[in-house]
Ligand binder design. Sequence first.
Ligand SMILES: CC(C)(COP(=O)(O)OP(=O)(O)OC[C@H]1O[C@@H](n2cnc3c(N)ncnc32)[C@H](O)[C@@H]1OP(=O)(O)O)[C@@H](O)C(=O)NCCC(=O)NCCS
Length: 154
Amino acid sequence: MKTISTLTDNDLPDAFELEQQCHLIPWSKQTFYSNQGDHYYNLKLTIDNRIVGFCICQMVADEANLFNIAIHPKYRQQGLAKALLNHLIDQLTSIDHPIAISTLWLEVRRSNTPAIELYHSLGFNQITVRKNYYPTTNGKHEDAIIMAYTLTLS
Ligand SMILES: CC(C)(COP(=O)(O)OP(=O)(O)OC[C@H]1O[C@@H](n2cnc3c(N)ncnc32)[C@H](O)[C@@H]1OP(=O)(O)O)[C@@H](O)C(=O)NCCC(=O)NCCS
């Protein structure tokens, strides 16, 4: 059975393991564990009680930033990331927050076609490009694509 719910402190060891399986250059444990708390809206996706996906989203004033999303390699291309982000967007639209959240921002590596296609399929638009922003595994750098989703129109 598939469920989507809040990522809690108890979930962090499993979620961090998934982080390491999913990204070529994963976050450090310190970065992963520090991107939690009151200003975050972090979700997990489980299948049969096992965490197979998560997203990390920070809220600041009327904006939210999707810092991270990952789905276990064996569970990709089954619509799970789309389900997770649709859930996040629904929650951000209806959340009891001091100021209504108007925009969900993210940045993604130019080479990350699956993620860019995912974001386009949900209605994110490219806003700008940060040249040579991300380090790569071969010691070079690649561009970051900055994208945004307007929540008030959803
Ligand atoms: C990006 C990622 C989260 C997508 O997860 P997923 O569950 O496979 O995505 P979904 O099955 O929900 O796909 C939704 C849409 O994304 C696009 N997409 C997903 N995988 C794709 C691929 N390999 N190639 C092209 N488009 C792809 C498609 O448009 C798809 O819609 P469709 O199924 O109707 O064609 C997953 O590949 C992943 O975890 N990658 C590693 C971590 C990462 O790069 N995170 C993003 C940057 S922080």
